[in-house]
Design a protein around this ligand. Structure first.
Ligand code: MG
Length: 306
């Protein structure tokens, strides 16, 4: 038989179980489930925001202050910078951000070696150089350091060995990141760039197993178009682990420069109450001074439609 609960939820209970439990027991089951459902309904995600960022190199300008001034005028919220040599740029970036509304979003890679290399020396090089970048990232208030465990050709390990090696190292790096005030952001790529972690849900499962609050993921609309059957499903599946997004069209140009639609993905981000940045990582067809602000407007419209 089926016990019907408030809100249309039902639970299958056998006739024998009802007889054994009696009316009181069945009511207790109903009450317990009803409490769980009510708690889930009360736990509302915060209202999602679209904070648009761009990688530094995409924005025209002779220096960082000039780029930031343009970004403010073009309705950006954040800037993503490269990790290579970041420790030497901290004062320069801090000074430029102080005079701007633009915030620092994520730090894009820039470390040496590969975390999932089959060579211990490469893994060690990777961890040590990541720590230097993570310290600078924390000082700059960054969302996190974007990393790919291994690009194609960077490891001879198989899936099982690779996952173990990754999970052996992630907790220490995540602890370091958290103490520095930032996160580790695992980026899934398409199969032409990495055979490992290609879907957001897979990346999220690695973070779940790393079991550290600084073990997080990001999604890139360019790779997602190749690897994910649903943008919305991917973002919902990775849920709380998502702390950065890359924006690019099907051909990896500015959003709006081909038929790529962002509303399905934006719906997913809205459903998880996304609070972090969506950042350009793409080329541009035509004049950047004209095309970049056009793309920002296009994305704000897509967000409204989602
Ligand atoms: Mg990317």
């Amino acid at each position: 038989m089926s016990i019907f609960l408030e809100g249309g939820f039902g639970v299958e209970v056998s006739r024998r179980e009802v007889i054994k439990l009696g009316a009181f027991g069945a009511a207790a089951i109903s009450a317990g489930i009803a409490t769980d459902v009510a708690e889930a309904a009360n736990k509302k995600e915060p209202r999602a925001v679209l904070k648009i960022s761009s990688q530094e190199g995409i924005i025209p300008g002779k220096d960082l202050p000039e780029k930031l001034a343009k970004m403010e005028k073009w309705d950006f919220d954040g800037i993503e910078v490269g990790g290579r040599g970041l420790e030497n740029r901290v004062p320069e970036i801090q000074a430029a951000l102080k005079n701007s509304k633009i915030k620092l979003s994520a730090i894009c890679a820039g470390f040496q070696g590969a975390l999932m290399s089959d060579q211990e020396s490469e893994r060690k090089k990777c961890v040590e150089s990541m720590k230097v970048i993570l310290t600078a990232a924390g000082e700059l208030g960054s969302t996190g350091l974007i990393f790919v465990p291994a690009f194609n050709g960077q490891t001879k390990l198989n899936h099982i060995e690779g996952r173990k090696i990754l999970l052996d190292q992630l907790p220490e790096l995540c602890e370091f990141a958290q103490k520095a005030g930032t996160r580790m952001l695992l980026e899934p790529l398409n199969r032409h760039e990495t055979w490992y972690v290609r879907q957001l849900a897979d990346a999220a499962a690695i973070c779940r197993d790393a079991n550290h609050p600084a073990a997080c993921v990001m999604g890139d609309f360019y790779h997602m178009y190749i690897e994910e059957p649903s943008d919305m499903g991917a973002f919902i599946s990775a849920g709380k682990y998502i702390h950065h997004v890359h924006l690019a069209s099907i051909k990896r140009n500015l959003p709006g420069q081909d038929e790529r639609n962002y509303t399905d993905g934006f719906k997913g981000l809205k459903m998880i109450g996304y609070q972090d940045f969506c950042s350009f990582e793409c080329g541009c067809i035509g004049d950047r001074e004209v095309e970049i602000p056009k793309s920002v407007k296009f994305l704000r419209e897509q967000w409204k439609k989602a």
